[in-house]
Design a protein around this ligand. Structure first.
Ligand code: HXC
Length: 519
């Protein structure tokens, strides 16, 4: 064959590969509101930056007539490119070829980009759209999944891993996304479950739809499996790009710093009036976050799950920060099992990737009751405590209002190697609230009063005494547990100054094989 013919052959093969499973299947994909694997990658990466790998890979299966067709790419498009000029590795399953199902060679392609990403220290973004294990390939498919999972595990904490679920993701296939740092789901077109509605019906006799069992709203709000839920793929892809802008490419790098065009000394007078006079009245902590971070821009992680704690990324003075904040407007900002898990996972991610944490505290305590205790709130609460305590990143905590007992300790107190602890004048830092304290200390004395009016007066006097002594920031400041009591409107300036000062923090944990986080 002459050289020109060989080039033509190459170009024809490329065109064929780019067509995936063919026009008809592409049309079906589009008609479901889904993009193709290649369209997704093109939108995700900087224009023209995609370099595809393994376009000519085909499966090696001969069962069930599989030897008759060998579609190029084997149902997954893989390679690398850039996002805002920074290297990333990607794979996108192509539903138009065998339903994006995972074969031995399909898995090998994903493993190749995972290995390259680890060597190069670059994030991996996986776009999932697959019918699961390639049924015809049997155990080779299971082996392929296992190879991917192992690499997910080894890459954890080394390079950021983001999973977008843009279609089906069922059976054991869910475990690759579950092992990554962030799972994104698209409303209505994606679902994740270990066992589908048919099996649920057979085993449990329950009727449940795909959406009810594993749709985006279920995993975004009930299970917490998906931290990012989007309306459509376009929004999802933009969000992945935005998320990456806050992250370093690997655990050896510091976070990308951008020029800050929001004045760092910007004062926010509204913060001097945001805490209601009545301590039981809520306010929205997101208003505080928005007013102290650069341009009010906040990328919330898991916004619909455990709404009593807020987690997300922002910039302060151009520096990336992870924000953790109690939310008084949901369940009074109490810590429970789900909030502890959500907060702990976020803090650990930030610690793994050198992202400083800003903690805003207004927490009345841990949620009491049998449901929480039976569910193991002790262990789950310990996760958040552990996450703060083991972290070596720069940490600034601001206590706005309540900070009681165990929850005071857990939420980035000084002794958990926190670097700077500020409090607003409205802070109440104590072992417990006045009602409980007076009940424990003075119940007998108060009951000794026979006149109910006098009983009330005695209780009130004790509560006032307790409040005066403890429910303020100055008692903690007296011992140096709070570094300074700051005017709320200056919070942005003070936190940024603190963050700048502690940027060079060096802290090492004792050498160990690995820790034993309370799971
Ligand atoms: C091989 C598959 C496949 C699979 C789909 N296809 N899933 N081929 N292995 N797992 C093929 C179909 O035969 C079809 O081929 C094409 O992909 C599109 O599938 P449709 O069924 O036409 O699409 P749709 O109606 O949209 O339904 C999508 C679906 C359904 C709900 C995902 O395909 C489905 O139920 N698939 C099987 C899911 C499953 O049970 N997977 C195995 C789970 S066990 P043609 O040629 O007609 O286009 C598992 C274990 C993993 O995954 C363990 C890991 C540790």
């Amino acid at each position: 064959m002459a050289m020109q013919d060989k080039v033509r052959e190459l170009l024809e093969l490329r065109t064929k590969a780019r067509l995936g499973g063919g026009e008809k299947r592409i049309e079906k994909q589009h008609s479901q509101g889904k993009m193709t694997a290649r369209e997704r990658i093109a939108m995700l990466l900087d224009e023209g930056s995609f370099e595809e790998l393994d376009m000519f890979v085909t499966h090696r299966c001969t069962n069930f007539g599989m030897d008759k067709e060998h579609p190029l790419t084997d149902g997954v498009v893989t390679g690398y490119g850039t996002i805002d000029g920074r290297l990333v590795y990607v794979f996108a399953q192509d539903f138009t070829i065998s339903g994006g199902s995972l074969s031995e060679m399909h898995a090998a392609k994903i493993c190749k980009v995972q290995d390259l990403a680890m060597k190069m220290g670059a994030p991996v973004i996986g776009i999932n759209d697959s019918g699961g294990a390639r049924i015809q390939e049997g155990v080779n498919s299971l082996a392929g999944y296992s190879e991917i999972f192992e690499r997910n595990i080894l890459a954890s904490g080394v390079v950021p891993q983001i999973s977008a679920i843009f279609g089906p993701c069922a059976g054991g296939a869910v475990y690759s996304p579950a092992l990554t740092d962030f799972v994104m789901m698209v409303k209505n077109t994606s679902y994740m479950f270990l066992t589908g509605p048919k099996v649920v019906k057979t085993v449990l006799g329950e009727n449940v739809t795909t959406e009810e069992l594993g749709g985006a709203s279920v995993h975004g709000s009930k299970s917490g499996v998906a931290q990012l839920v989007v309306e459509d793929e376009t929004e999802g892809i933009a969000m992945i790009r935005r998320l990456l802008s806050y992250l370093p490419s690997n655990n050896m790098e510091t976070t990308p710093e951008v020029e800050c065009t929001d004045p760092i000394e910007r004062v926010e007078d509204s913060l001097n009036a945001i805490i209601p006079d009545n301590p039981n009245k809520p306010y929205d902590i997101k208003q505080v976050i928005a007013s102290i971070v650069d341009h009010g821009e906040f990328l919330e992680i898991a916004p619909m799950y455990a709404k009593n704690i807020i987690t997300g990324f922002a910039r302060m003075g151009g520096m990336s920060v992870g924000v953790v904040a109690n939310q008084p407007s949901h369940m009074a900002g109490v810590l429970d099992i789900n909030a502890s898990r959500k907060g702990a996972r976020f803090v650990r991610f930030c610690d793994a990737f050198n992202i400083p944490i800003v903690t805003l505290v207004d927490v009345p305590g841990f949620l009491p009751g049998t449901a929480q205790e039976y569910g193991g709130v002790i262990t789950h609460g310990a996760k958040l405590l552990y996450a703060y305590g083991e972290s070596t990143i720069p940490k600034v905590t601001v206590t706005l209002r309540k900070s009681y007992g165990g929850s005071h300790i857990v939420m980035g107190c000084k002794q958990l190697r926190n670097d700077v602890n500020y409090a607003w004048p409205t802070a109440e830092i104590a072992v417990m609230g006045a009602d409980g304290a007076v009940e424990v200390l003075y119940a007998k004395e108060i009951k000794a009063e026979t006149d109910p009016q006098k009983q009330m007066e005695a209780a009130l006097a004790k509560k006032t005494e307790y409040n005066n002594l403890f429910c303020n920031p100055y008692n903690a400041a007296r011992y140096g547990y709070i570094d300074d009591v700051i005017e709320p409107r200056n919070t942005r300036y003070r936190v940024i100054k603190a963050l700048r000062a502690i940027q060079t923090k060096r802290l090492e944990n004792p050498a160990k094989k690995h820790d034993n986080l309370p799971l």
